[in-house]
Design a protein around this ligand. Structure first.
Ligand code: GTQ
Ligand code: FE2
Length: 351
């Protein structure tokens, strides 16, 4: 079908425009350009260098701000863009001796620790260890503040569903009345309250909603090693499950960990849901729509929805990718689809 506007209909179409109406036939004939999510990598060596500088900025000293560097997807061409259309990602540094003030918001967050030892986040009155490779969930509306009493910076990856929550006009935020919240529960309380998902408490309400849980690196990585069953497209992959429902990590986010064996190379596929990957261990590459992206520990990169991709490593060490996607939202809307592809010929590079 083709359509061109005859001279005789110009006045009518102008009137539609004046009335803030878009006729669908014009949209079909001349589709406006939609911002397209770009596959993109933020390299750890650069992010770390910039984070250390952020940590030292005098203007932020003692203010309780979050020294977070938010990754803006260059394909979205907006100063407000997140890493993807639905998810934001940032590298956050908490400087020695500093705190990031207690607050809560409707956007859900996760932290994956990249560097540091001895710092902690307090959520709902419970301290959470922030050690390399640990994952900590900050559910929607949970109070949280960050504390670094050590003499070295702590650096982690933040990921939030903030762009989606903002799009839905459901963003609320409030400060806690004090800089930091009182610690009222023992370390490990929330994880223990559900017996790590294997035991059900006799006391209290087991609701299956998101909890401020932590998944330690040695347990998560150990689970991959213990399981060992390879998915043709993803190596050995497991999700950080909601231990009560067995379902996705959070209502809006699916958090996964995958291990690529030394020298392995996966088959190619594509699927709806966009993904933010973070290299937790080792080095390797992904081929995304024919373009090779070499990655190494600490790098963060984006896979757009429906982009054909495969992963591999030539290293003698295994490689582990942590990832976050909007899969739960895609599934809730009945939009998940997946297609197998052929191993790709590399025709370019990313980053
Ligand atoms: O640490 O609470 O990257 O509220 C963005 C928003 C981190 C946080 C971010 C936040 C936080
Ligand atoms: Fe926050």
């Amino acid at each position: 079908m083709t359509w061109t506007m005859p001279e005789s209909e110009k006045a009518y179409h102008q009137e539609l425009d004046d009335e803030n109406i878009n006729p669908l036939w014009v949209m079909h004939a001349n589709p406006p350009e939609r911002p397209k999510l770009a596959p993109h990598v933020w390299r750890w060596d650069k992010m770390r260098e910039l984070a250390i500088q952020a940590g030292a900025l005098e203007s932020l000293k003692g203010q309780g701000f979050r020294r977070a560097l938010t990754m803006r997807n260059p394909g979205l061409k907006s100063p407000m863009a997140g890493a993807t259309k639905t998810m934001s990602a940032a590298v956050q540094i908490v400087w020695p001796g500093e705190i990031a003030e207690a607050h809560r918001h409707t956007a859900a967050a996760i932290r994956f620790v990249i560097e540091g030892e001895g710092a902690f986040t307090v959520q709902e009155g419970e301290r959470f260890r922030m050690q390399e490779g640990d994952l900590v969930l900050s559910p929607s509306w949970a109070w949280h503040d960050h504390n670094n009493p050590t003499d070295k910076p702590v650096i982690w990856l933040d990921c939030l569903d903030a762009p989606l929550v903002g799009y839905l006009d459901a963003m609320f935020q409030e400060p806690f009345p004090e800089d930091v919240q009182p610690v009222t529960k023992p370390v490990g309380f929330t994880n223990a309250s559900i017996g790590n998902g294997l035991m059900r408490p006799n006391l209290g309400d087991v609701h299956g909603g998101a909890l401020p849980l932590t998944y330690r690196w040695d347990e998560a990585y150990g689970a991959l090693l213990g399981y060992g069953e390879e998915d043709p497209f993803d190596g050995v992959m497991m999700e950080y499950a909601n231990p009560v429902t067995g379902g996705h990590s959070m209502p809006t986010l699916a958090l996964k960990l995958q291990r690529l064996a030394p020298g392995s190379h996966t088959d190619a596929h594509r699927h709806t849901s966009s993904v933010v990957y973070h290299v937790a261990k080792g080095e390797g590459y992904s081929i995304i729509d024919g373009k090779q992206l070499e990655w190494t520990k600490g790098d963060t990169f984006v896979l757009p929805s429906w982009a054909l991709h495969e992963h591999g490593t030539d290293s003698s060490e295994d490689a582990v990718l942590f990832s976050m996607s909007d899969l739960p939202v895609i599934e809730a809307m009945g939009l998940y689809r997946e297609e197998e592809g052929k191993r790709q010929e590399v025709i370019g590079a990313i980053g």
